[in-house]
Design a protein around this ligand. Structure first.
Ligand SMILES: *Cc1c(COP(=O)(O)O)cnc(C)c1O
Length: 386
């Protein structure tokens, strides 16, 4: 047994053995044909993962925040307007970046745990000309999932680019980038893609690439500029290494191993598995008398956000840790101390979920919450075995 806790936070997450093995391979150079082959596979497989056969993938050393800034830096010019469908902490983050890159930002906000209605978004989009709409697919601070398909259709009607923060969704939630008309979607290696942290992953549609090419002002960052990275990605896809900035070789090998597992499971089956695990988790929390942060019908399947009951406080998260399971505290500034978060994305299976529910039950009992011990486990079991 490893001495690390079972990692059930919203990223990084538990890794499969083949991914761990890829990390421990001998160091190779970035011009090595073996590395070029892996990079090429990663690029081609990302089109399948994002359902974007005509898209241009980019994989750059950095975290999800870098991928977020890459989308903004390449598509936004000073003076552009952008509409942020704001569902929490990470929507605020992209809004700040949009402003830093010169955009005038309009928010369509909702109460914590909710998201603006399609009617409100439609109305805001009609109020002026927007270059882009941004959507946080799953806001990891509230576990609210946005209806990307419907929102992307609104963006398209108003001729705006649709930028999707898929950091907590890609690889766990349904995202049909091309058929839904999404122009940029990005994620990070350590979330539902099930690789270690350290890679920013972005896919741009041909429409997004055309918008980038049509810019009047240069991109205000060399490291983020598609102009630097496009030739590199085209070359590596053809298994011909080319240098701009040293790629994170070992992380690429690990991501290749992980995407192999995603593709062999198939994206459809993976989304269905996340739905089953998400349903079971929510049934467990409710059976323990807990209240969820997301409004009914908006809950994501990649993580749960749950209010502490009664007088229970954040000390309970430590109690879960003492039982061998790492979960996360709050993140949204308005409710930070009032709730906790449990990740259930990636390879989360019945065993990991039941272990986590049992640890939460034990810690809640210790903290004085009154409920029938085993109620959560039993509710989850019923769904997992249905
Ligand atoms: C984690 C996360 C980010 C930020 O990713 P980092 O890898 O931590 O930089 C952005 N958006 C969402 C929705 C996330 O869950």
């Amino acid at each position: 047994m490893s001495n690390a806790n079972l990692l059930m936070i919203p990223g990084p997450i538990e890794l499969e053995p083949s991914v761990l093995r890829a990390l421990s391979e001998p160091q190779r150079g970035h011009m090595d044909p073996y590395v070029a082959r892996a990079f090429s596979k990663v690029i081609r497989r990302l089109r399948e993962v994002f359902h974007a056969p005509g898209g241009q993938p980019f994989v750059v050393a950095g975290s999800g925040t870098l991928a977020m800034e890459m989308s903004v830096a390449n598509l936004i010019e000073p003076g552009d307007s952008a509409l942020v469908v704001n569902s929490g902490y990470f929507s605020d983050r992209i809004a700040k970046m949009l402003q830093l890159h010169g955009a005038e930002v309009t928010h369509v906000r909702a109460k914590v745990g909710d998201i603006a209605s399609l009617e409100e978004v439609e109305k805001a989009m009609a109020s002026k000309r927007f270059k882009a709409m941004t959507i946080t697919h799953v806001d990891t601070s509230t576990a609210v999932r946005a209806d990307v398909q419907a929102l992307a259709a609104i963006a398209k009607r108003h001729d705006a680019l649709c930028i999707v923060d898929g950091v907590c969704s890609v690889g766990g939630e349904a995202l049909q980038m091309e058929s839904w008309g999404v122009d940029v979607a990005f994620t990070a290696s350590q979330k539902a893609l099930s690789a270690p942290p350290g890679l920013a992953v972005l896919v741009a549609s041909q429409r997004a690439m055309a918008a980038w090419k049509a810019r009047k002002k240069p991109v205000a960052s060399m490291y983020l500029d598609f102009a630097e990275w496009l030739p590199i990605h085209e070359a590596y896809e053809a298994e011909k290494p080319l240098y701009f900035a040293t790629p994170a070789v070992n992380l690429l090998l690990a991501l290749d191993a992980s995407l192999e597992l995603l593709i062999s499971e198939t994206m459809d089956a993976r989304v269905k598995r996340h739905q089953r695990v998400g349903d079971a988790a929510r049934a467990a929390w409710r059976a323990m008398g807990l209240e969820l942060v997301p409004r009914e019908g908006l809950a994501a399947n990649t993580l749960s956000a749950i209010y502490f009951p009664g007088t229970v406080d954040a000390g309970m998260v430590k109690g879960v840790g003492a039982r061998g399971v790492a979960i996360a505290g709050g993140l949204h500034p308005d409710i930070r101390a009032k709730y906790f978060r449990v990740g259930h994305m990636g390879s989360t299976n019945t065993g990991a979920l039941l272990t986590t529910i049992a640890a939460v039950e034990g810690a809640l009992k210790d903290a004085g919450h009154r409920f029938e011990l085993g109620a959560g486990i039993s509710a989850a079991q019923r769904l997992l075995n249905a």
